[in-house]
Design a protein around this ligand. Structure first.
Ligand code: ZN
Length: 95
């Protein structure tokens, strides 16, 4: 349940940021409520969890932002020490 909640919080925060309901500072404050090990889910690939990541939260949020707001590009800033292989695969699949 917490993993699904993390996806929903990130989606809601993305919408709030894109609609101007919050700024980057607020967005960072919101994301502090998600336990770090649930963000960003960067090892999970499409249809397959990996590296303790079940859902690729950031890829879901990026895809939703592109689909709902017509964005052509998004930037993912991933500060985890590991390569975000799942996020990379998700981005390649969308290209
Ligand atoms: Zn990692």
């Amino acid at each position: 349940m917490a993993l699904i909640l993390a996806v929903l919080v990130l989606l809601r925060a993305t919408v709030a940021f894109l609609t101007g309901a919050c700024n980057l500072f607020h967005l960072i404050q919101i994301l502090k409520f998600i336990p770090p090990h649930f963000l960003p889910g960067h090892h999970a690939e499409r249809g397959e969890g990996a590296g303790f990541c079940i859902f690729n939260n950031v890829a879901v949020a990026a895809a939703a932002a592109c689909a709902e707001y017509g964005l052509e590009r998004v930037v993912v800033v991933d500060y985890d020490v590991h390569h975000g292989n799942g996020t990379q695969v998700c981005a390649w699949l969308r290209a």
